[in-house]
Write a protein that binds this ligand. Structure first.
Ligand code: NAP
Ligand code: ZN
Ligand code: ZN
Length: 354
């Protein structure tokens, strides 16, 4: 018998999120049931729910930065035990057979990985995300959380963390490399912390200087305002790597021109609009324009372990679930410092009988 659990869902792209219930499947031999403690609020939750990236299935429960405790395991589960602190990110399964899956890049599964929400699970049901009290996930897509970091500060690592760690590691942020991070939101603030920990010289490119003191505390060496056109002349031909986390359309050529010889701009921000790259901007300095999507399961575990070793956590504002609609508006207004995280106890309190 499936379990009925409390959740917050929306029923259309314009509807507010409201209290509801959803079903979680029985724990199969390889499944883990997690009592969710905290769920991070990613800008992708908003893009998805509001239909920015295309039509979705409603009602929909989003949330793919899930931290909680194992409360039940299937008979074949050996890597997790009841009471373990665990996390779930953007994927809950993949085909496991294609060349990308076999190489550990489940995020690039050639059959399409199964997303934590708005996906179709192997049993044909629609996946529903972490704005809920419990989730059941197959064991190898469940990550181990570092002991030293509280649940609320670790939850956003499951998306914002891995999405920035992966390209920084792949494009070798490190000593002697000049790295710029565009946009200081959920992803951006983690990019700054990781790039600094990896030893790179880190510059933040934010719309204004309002977040400068915070950025410097996170490990940035320099902060520039993109509203000041002088920034683009001063920093021309300067960076080895730019991580663009901006959720909206940008004049991407202006940012590409900040790359020095063989530099790469990696777009992790996912605006619905096309970005108009001029090839001549790429010809100069033999520049590259790239994209990157979250990270594989082993890499996500490596990122979590790296955070444990280096004491890296997210800067969060914990919210009660009944303020989620206002929190989303603040994310859209770039008014988040630096990740909203829902305390799922507040959901349990709203729905004690669920
Ligand atoms: P966020 O917290 O809202 O941060 C985005 C930041 O971009 C804002 O804080 C703001 O920084 C800047 N920004 C917003 N609107 C802007 C505009 N119109 N012009 C210039 N700058 C603007 O969002 P997030 O959760 O970090 O997500 C960022 C993007 O990454 C979203 O599109 C999300 O869907 C995407 N994403 C992609 C992946 C992936 O796998 N590639 C994974 C997760 C999320 P300042 O105030 O500092 O300017
Ligand atoms: Zn996300
Ligand atoms: Zn695959």
């Amino acid at each position: 018998m499936p379990t009925t659990v409390a959740a917050y869902a929306a029923t259309s792209p314009t509807a507010r999120l409201v209290l509801t219930t959803i079903e979680r499947r029985d724990v199969g031999p390889h499944d883990v049931r997690i009592a969710i403690r905290y769920a991070g609020v990613c800008h992708s939750d908003i893009h998805t729910m509001r239909g920015d990236w295309g039509k979705i299935t409603y009602p929909q429960v989003v949330g793919h930065e899930i931290a909680g405790e194992v409360v039940e395991i299937g008979s074949e589960v050996t890597r997790h035990a009841i009471g373990d602190r665990v996390g779930v990110g953007c994927m809950v399964n993949s085909c496991r057979k294609c060349e990308n899956c076999l190489a550990g890049f489940q995020q690039y599964c050639l059959e399409g990985n199964i997303q934590t929400y708005n996906g179709v699970d192997v049993d044909g049901t629609n996946t529903q995300g972490g704005y809920s009290t419990e989730i059941v996930v197959v064991d190898d897509f469940v990550l181990k959380l570092p002991d030293a970091i509280p649940y609320e500060a670790v939850a956003p690592l499951l998306c914002a963390g891995i999405t920035t760690y992966s390209p920084l590691a792949h494009w070798k942020a490190g000593p002697g490399r000049r790295v710029a991070v565009v946009g200081l939101g959920g992803l951006g603030h983690m990019a700054v912390k990781f790039a600094h920990a990896m030893g790179a010289e880190v510059t933040v490119l934010s719309q204004t200087l309002a977040k400068k003191a915070d950025a410097l505390k996170m490990g940035a060496d320099h902060v520039f305002a993109t509203s000041d056109r002088a920034t683009f002349t001063e920093l021309a031909n300067h960076f080895d790597l730019i991580i663009n986390t901006v959720s909206a359309e940008l004049d991407i050529n202006a940012y590409l021109r900040l790359l020095r010889l063989d530099g790469t701009l990696v777009n992790v921000g996912a605006p619905p609009e096309k970005l108009g790259v001029r090839v001549f901007t790429l010809f100069d300095n033999r520049r590259s324009f790239a994209g990157s999507s979250i990270g594989g399961i082993d890499e996500t575990q490596a990122m979590l372990d790296f955070c444990g070793e280096h004491g890296i956590a997210c800067d969060v504002e914990v919210i009660a679930i009944d303020t989620i609609n206002e929190a989303w508006e603040r994310v859209l207004a770039s008014d988040v410092r630096y990740r909203f995280v829902i305390d799922i106890e507040t959901l349990k309190a709203e729905a004690p009988a669920a």
